[in-house]
Design a protein around this ligand. Sequence first.
Ligand SMILES: *Cc1c(COP(=O)(O)O)cnc(C)c1O
Length: 468
Amino acid sequence: MKYISTRGQTPATAFDAVLLQGLAPDGGLFVPEVWPQFSAAEIAALEGLPYPELALRVLKPFVGGVIEDSALAGIIDGAYANFSTPEIAPLKKIGDNEWLLELFHGPTLAFKDMALQVLGPLFDHVLKTKGETATIIGATSGDTGSAAIEACRDRDAIEIFMLHPKGRVSDVQRRQMTTVTSDNVHNIAIDGTFDDCQDLVKAMFNDRALRERLKLSAVNSINWARIMAQVVYYFWAGLKLGTPKKHLSFAVPTGNFGNVFAGYEARAMGLPIDQLVIGSNSNDILTRFLETGTMKMTGVEPTISPSMDIQVSSNFERLLFDLVGRDGDIVASFLEGFRKNGKYSINAKALETVQTIFYGARFDDEETMAIIKDVYETSGELIDPHTAVGIAAARAQRRDRSIPMIALATAHPAKFPDAVEAATGVRPELPAHLADLFEREERCDVLPNDLDAVTTFVSERARGGKKP
Ligand SMILES: *Cc1c(COP(=O)(O)O)cnc(C)c1O
């Protein structure tokens, strides 16, 4: 199995290089040259496997022999041993053939752990095999930093630096990062905004000499390995509900299009998926695209589902590549137009294709709160605002009640306790493994919004940065 770039200017690349590079050298995103296929009989043979074993079977074709089976199995087993339930991703019935797939039982209580817990050890393994090290650097507005830190903590070949805007992330978010006191984890609070943090990280990546000296890398949402690892829970949920005999539909609260693209991937691999329903909050660029065929940028509006407050869905480029017949030149020209004019449009035929698979619906904060309340009152389940947007979209767009509709629960309700309490009157509690979060020691350095200061700080602590 080799990977090609959505911009068409990168030679076919093996999995280990795809993993370490993240972004393709031509600026595109990596996708498999061909989608691995699972026949109905092969899917049926996966029934009843524990989650880690299922993950091994589903992921093996993507890794393409670059990592030995036994090593891959060890990485996957270790990753899911960090989850607080042996089920890993429990499936609950919440309505009429309506299901909730809980993806928030990892260390940081969000679905990002499902993939990042695999990505961290995969990265470490590939680096060690090559005798290399890497410096992972990222910026977070609060929500995703902890998942990257938990993925990379205590890894021999990785040093991780995470920038967050000082005083602008919630106490729980900050503590989920700063109480990880592993030697290879460096939390940096920047005197500035999230945009300042992002600009600092971008500037460091754009400094080629620095990038090469420190072996800078990222574990951000465009890394192929994250999409790859997310495909497993689509199979998992489907197998619980009678696939391949039964068709399935999924509803996904969507930001960067990573999670729902994994659903598209599962469909491309042979899982009989009927609808993929995209839930948007007020930042509804994707829903508008599905209605009109035009991707058009607008400003970002803050909502109670902050992980979906995005202007551009970076992973959409992977779907676009398929929609234009896998022609990298067309993708490149669309994205050039998008950069210049803030929009691009696909043709009517491509729009028709995308509309046979994807369905979208948008909900503002008030509607989101109403769904949280309704789900609690009718099923007794507390759901977070992101999950609520997905369920709302599922209900709005569902077209066949005989097909199970599986809504992905992307965050634990206790990650967003204020919204959940305001909607239901019940304050969700942190699970046992985080109950003492507010008693734990914190470790964090405060730095000014200054590139030299940050570069010096990172250089002094990164492996490759140390003077011999
Ligand atoms: C990241 C995130 C999302 C959005 O997922 P994408 O893959 O970016 O579409 C939704 N909900 C929660 C809780 C998240 O953390």
